[in-house]
Design a protein around this ligand. Structure first.
Ligand code: NAP
Length: 249
């Protein structure tokens, strides 16, 4: 097959992506791949977004703040004139036993992982391209299997709830031709895993049938596929990128 006739994962020429968590491992990979696919990108984080590119609009965003979410989405549309892909990767992890968990920490994790997704979907809806827009949220293998003290009850619960938020949106937005997806990684080699000890890393890798963590690029590749015309008849899906950790999802 000649180079010119190779199928591309996503041709996003002239399209616009809004990406949260663009200072983190998976979000950065999504921004890079979206740029490679031809998109312009509103890239958001609480820290400075590490992209210096004319096609990137860097935005500071606290995803639990409704006014901030509404104005970040509006800034994206004001700058680029449209919104095609909403990729919500911002998230935070917990730890420890349920009986030791503070209500304050529970609320913070639910707000960051779950309520933020509601806010981003809510404020994207009026702008997202109809038909053709795609939203991708970020779950976790913890959302399938209940998780453990390594991530805590709030994390597992928030990621499980995203499954149904995705399905809800998929049904509500299908008549507009807008699709909604969840991607659920197992352990991914990003700064989120820096909290684990060497022993915990070894234990986690031993539990993975494929024996290795996923990479941020693999997650980004799955997200670009879900945004692409190859997935035009898919919506409400939960993509399992867990290196075989969860097989009965
Ligand atoms: N890495 C894994 O093993 C793994 C496994 C399953 C699922 N996931 C999910 O994958 C997604 C991306 O995680 P990652 O692995 O890329 O981790 P990461 O490198 O730690 O990135 C986390 C990102 O979330 C952002 N964030 C956190 N709280 C925020 C808030 N309140 N407002 C705005 N942004 C906030 C961070 O922004 P700042 O740094 O700018 O504050 C950062 O960009 C998360 O939803 C995570 O739960 C990760």
């Amino acid at each position: 097959m000649s180079e010119a006739s190779k199928p591309t994962l996503l041709d996003a020429t002239g399209r616009v992506a809004f990406v949260t968590g663009a200072t983190g491992g998976i979000g950065q990979a999504v921004v890079r791949m979206m740029l490679d696919a031809g998109a312009s990108v509103a890239a958001t984080g609480r820290r400075a977004v590490p992209f210096d590119d004319d096609r990137v609009l860097p935005l500071t965003l606290e995803v639990t703040d409704e006014d901030a979410v509404a104005s970040a989405v509006q800034n994206c549309v004001d700058k680029f004139g449209r919104l095609d892909y909403v990729i919500h990767m911002a998230g935070t992890v917990g730890k420890g036993r349920l009986d030791q968990m503070l209500l304050e920490d529970w609320n913070k994790i639910l707000a960051t992982n779950l309520t933020s997704a509601f806010l981003i979907l809510k404020h994207s809806y009026k702008h997202i391209t109809k038909p053709g827009g795609v939203a991708v949220l970020c779950g976790s293998s913890n959302g399938y299997n209940g998780g453990s003290y390594l991530s805590g009850a709030a994390y597992a619960s928030s990621k499980a709830a995203l499954t149904n938020l995705t399905r809800y949106c998929a049904k509500e937005w299908a008549p507009d031709g807008v699709r909604a997806h969840l991607i659920s990684p197992g352990p991914v080699d990003t700064p989120m895993l820096d909290r684990l000890s060497d022993e915990q890393h070894d234990g986690l890798k031993d539990a993975l049938p494929l024996g290795h963590y996923a990479t941020a690029d693999e997650c980004a590749g799955a997200i670009l596929f879900l945004c692409s015309s190859h997935a035009a008849s898919m919506t409400g899906t939960n993509t399992n990128v867990s290196s075989g950790l969860v097989l009965d999802a």
